[in-house]
Design a protein around this ligand. Structure first.
Ligand SMILES: C[S@@+](CC[C@H](N)C(=O)[O-])C[C@H]1O[C@@H](n2cnc3c(N)ncnc32)[C@H](O)[C@@H]1O
Length: 220
């Protein structure tokens, strides 16, 4: 069908949607990715680097500008609980559709996982356009994980996402708007030697032996 119609193909399977863009050998589909083990670690009393850097707590609001597979949004949703709010923005319409459906229907026996996934609200929009229309200080934490500027190697779980996702380029405008809209912190996730940390004056949290580091801009 890809060849016949010279088009991407979205397969509506029994349990999930699968997207095959042209040239893709493996499809893009929803799965909670790292959220599963991260949540189990939190449930056992452990920590999570995103929760630590964002200082998220029960009742907070978390705006995820780059939803992707929503693993970070799921963990944030668990941290803020049912009185909090998590909105995930996704610029690519196919990813937004598949991930929104997946969050609502993915089967899991872990109640906390089930509830955290179902509470994430998805909106298909370019993050900068969305931020431009938000009031000052309207979200406790604004999060950006563009990641695609990093070299691609072993993270095979992410390969289909990298093939379909928008190529995000952090810009002055994006950071400026995120800072205006956040109440407490803007968090960015980037390759450890990315120039972004210095360029935008993010406080980089160095985590030995990890390729991706978080950085934050604090308002308070
Ligand atoms: C690296 S992924 C994010 C992964 C995510 N943190 C997770 O836990 O799965 C980046 C995502 O952001 C999306 N994206 C890139 N630029 C965007 C923009 N300006 N507005 C909205 N979404 C964007 C891409 O399509 C991609 O799905």
């Amino acid at each position: 069908m890809q060849k016949d119609y010279n088009s991407a193909v979205l397969v509506a399977g029994h349990n999930r949607f699968e997207l095959y863009r042209q040239e893709m050998k493996k499809p893009f589909f929803f799965h909670p990715n790292s959220a599963a083990y991260r949540m189990k670690r939190l449930l056992k009393g452990g920590t999570d680097p995103l929760i630590d850097v964002s200082e998220l707590k029960e009742g907070d609001s978390f705006l995820d500008c780059t939803l992707g597979l929503a693993s970070d949004s799921i963990i944030a949703s668990f941290a803020v609980g049912e009185n909090g709010r998590v909105l995930g923005l996704e610029g690519d319409k196919d990813i937004a559709f598949i991930v929104e459906k997946g969050l609502q229907t993915f089967p899991t026996s872990l109640e906390e996982m089930h509830d955290a996934m179902r509470r994430v609200v998805v909106k298909q929009i370019n993050a900068i356009s969305f931020l431009e229309n938000e009031q000052d200080c309207s979200w406790d934490v604004v999060y950006i994980d563009p990641m695609f500027s990093a070299p691609i190697d072993e993270s095979s779980n992410f390969t289909p996402l990298r093939q379909v996702g928008l190529l995000a380029q952090l810009s002055e405008k994006w950071i400026e708007e995120a800072y205006r809209v956040c109440k407490r912190r803007v968090i960015v996730k980037e390759h450890f030697n990315s120039p972004v940390f210095e360029q935008f004056k993010f406080q980089q949290i160095v985590r030995p032996n990890t390729k991706f580091h978080f950085g934050y801009l604090s308002k308070v």
